[in-house]
Design a protein around this ligand. Structure first.
Ligand code: MRU
Length: 338
């Protein structure tokens, strides 16, 4: 067992005063390379290209993008905001962070004040993750195995992680003994990123093909599926990485509990229902090739939605830094987040 601080060494988003340094997540796990963004345009491009990804990390990076624009003056700021906002559509943390920065701009904040605001967004995210880690872990019986999906760790946040933060806390408390991670086709966030974080932290972990999840649950291995979120609608429906909904369906079928871990910046009370959440469609070539080599016959078509919506009635608990909602519904979300 390790303590939770030793499980927190990775930082993917680093402010350097006049540039934003991003750990290039396209190259992990074998190459640890950083790119420096010197303009909001470059930050938006990095978000689109998945150099930086994960809902909270996208919001944090965009906030720093606003600071870079403010350092260049008012005109740069006005053009930067819509470009950053359009970088990716599903994770509401992006819009949340930009709304927060824009409100400070409207108050007349200068570049230094905006730098403080971006730093606050980043610091608050880390604090929220530590809190959610403790809350979520408290739901898990000692000695449990769990399954997670995508990457929700330090790489996807200011640090520590959301679902992976619960896993870090749960492991250090002896509640979690083993973690299964789904590959997360097609971009392999689970295989490339989550396994990298877990192995670095010496948390016992086993990779499975996404298609092995229901069989794993049937074999009685896992007590909880623990995932993050990109947007939580007012009724508790959750948009998250493609494949999440089928995990929730399988979990209910096999009597495995299903936990969503996300900070309040992921909750969007202006979206009534999960069906109203825009699902990002990415380039089909992400499916038609692997590691740069074509794997599918020329002429084949592919459909590549990268998020799906899990209905609230398949979720046992939503864990946020404000508290835990069991069996989420509109009333409970309004009480905690309204
Ligand atoms: O396409 P990605 O890698 O940005 O998708 C990430 C996810 O779906 C995560 O589960 C979600 O953002 C939560 S990260 C704390």
């Amino acid at each position: 067992m390790n303590n939770s601080r030793s499980h927190d060494s990775i930082r993917a988003v680093l402010w350097r005063g006049d540039r934003l340094r991003l750990l290039d997540q396209r190259k992990l796990p074998f190459v640890e390379d950083y790119i420096d963004c010197q303009s909001a345009d470059e930050v938006a491009q990095a978000i689109r290209d998945l150099v930086v990804r994960g809902a909270p990390a996208i919001g944090i990076a965009a906030a720093w993008g606003v600071v870079l624009a403010a350092q260049r003056g008012r005109f740069a700021l006005d053009t930067a905001l819509p470009i950053l906002r359009a970088a990716r559509p599903t994770a509401v943390n992006l819009m949340w962070a930009l709304d927060r920065m824009q409100a400070r701009v409207a108050e007349g904040a200068d570049a230094i004040a905006l730098e403080h605001e971006a730093q606050a967004i980043q610091d608050e995210d880390l604090a929220a993750n530590r809190r959610m880690g403790a809350l979520g872990a408290s739901l898990i019986e000692p000695g449990s195995d769990v399954l997670t999906h995508c990457n929700t760790g330090s790489l996807a946040t200011a640090g520590y992680g959301t679902a992976l933060g619960v896993i870090r806390a749960g492991f250090s408390e002896g509640r979690i003994q083993h973690v299964y991670a789904g590959e997360t086709r097609p971009w392999l966030q689970g295989a490339r990123l989550t396994m990298w974080e877990l192995v670095r932290d010496q948390i016992p972990a086993t990779l499975i093909a996404d298609s092995a999840a229901s069989h794993l649950m049937k074999c009685g291995q896992v007590k909880w599926v623990i995932v993050g979120a990109d947007r939580i609608a007012a009724n508790g429906d959750v948009a998250n990485k493609i494949g999440t909904c089928q995990l929730a369906i399988a979990a209910r079928h096999h009597g495995v509990r299903f936990m969503v871990v996300a900070p309040s910046s992921t909750v969007d009370l202006t979206t009534a229902h999960g069906d109203d959440i825009e699902i990002e469609l990415r380039d089909p070539t992400e499916l038609l090739s692997h590691a740069g080599s074509r794997t599918v016959v020329e002429g084949a078509q592919a459909w590549n939605p990268v998020f799906d919506v899990t209905p609230a009635n398949l979720i046992d608990a939503i864990v946020s830094e404000r508290g835990i909602i069991e069996r989420p519904d509109t009333g409970k979300l309004r009480t905690l987040f309204g």
